[in-house]
Design a protein around this ligand. Structure first.
Ligand SMILES: C[S@@+](CC[C@H](N)C(=O)[O-])C[C@H]1O[C@@H](n2cnc3c(N)ncnc32)[C@H](O)[C@@H]1O
Length: 225
């Protein structure tokens, strides 16, 4: 399926909603965002890692990484300049670059860890995985998290009802209207977990794991080079 992720991402994220992003993600996930990010940290060890926070947005993940691994150095990269400005204010990053996940401005074999939250559904997965393989050191790991469409009937009913409420909320919080009105379709139409697992395997990654959280509404995929 062809989804123009770049176009959608540039429509969703801009200067008009960068300042409210942190509050909105907390509110709309009922604080689950923090639990999912803590789960991602389980895959990182405490050693001196060079970590790429891909699609870092306003930099929420960097605080979790710093807490888990105080010696690590973090580089952040994102498509949206206004979000990067917020990430800069956190002062957790060694370097921030305005670039695409599919074309990274980094040397081969640079990173110990590549981590991303809420990016997979916007990217061209095969190009992204190729870049992961190129810039990751041998033995390095990728940790990829995003929303998923639940697979039980009951959860689907609740999930769609929730997005109907979000859609109504978007009429009031207009800077988030585009996201609240079409995020559900994007998640529903994008089977990123299985596509990603296949791409990782075909590219050469091993020790691939996938795990679903919060009744199948989000997932984390992890793999080793
Ligand atoms: C929902 S935000 C997530 C931010 C952050 N990772 C977090 O967990 O809060 C999604 C981010 O992905 C970025 N993005 C979307 N597609 C991208 C791409 N192809 N390359 C780089 N960044 C991308 C957007 O600019 C946006 O900042």
């Amino acid at each position: 399926m062809v989804i123009d992720g770049h176009l959608i991402a540039t429509r969703f994220f801009s200067s008009k909603n960068a300042s409210s992003y942190d509050r909105i993600v907390k509110l709309t996930t009922f604080c689950k965002d923090s639990s999912w990010k803590k789960e991602m940290m389980r895959f990182i060890d405490g050693k001196n890692n060079l970590i790429l926070d891909l699609a870092c947005g306003t930099g929420i993940l960097s605080s979790f990484i710093n807490y888990k691994s105080t010696n690590s150095r973090i580089i952040g990269t994102d498509l949206t300049f206004e979000y990067l400005r917020r990430a800069k204010d956190r002062q957790n990053y060694m370097l921030l670059t305005n670039s695409l996940a599919e074309f990274l401005p980094y040397k081969d074999d640079s990173f110990d860890v590549i981590i991303s939250s809420y990016l997979a559904k916007y990217t061209e997965l095969s190009a992204m995985v190729r870049e992961h393989w190129r810039v990751l050191r041998k033995g390095g790991i990728v940790i990829i998290h995003d929303f998923t469409y639940p697979n039980t009937r009951m959860m689907r009913i609740l999930w769609h009802s929730y997005f109907q409420i979000l859609n109504e909320l978007g009429k009031v919080i207009t800077s988030w209207r585009d996201v609240f009105s079409s995020l559900d379709k994007l998640i529903q139409l994008n089977p990123w977990v299985n596509d990603l697992v296949r791409e990782l395997y075909l590219t050469g990654f091993r020790s691939i794991s996938k795990k679903y959280y919060t009744y199948g509404t989000s997932a984390i995929v992890c793999a080793k080079k």
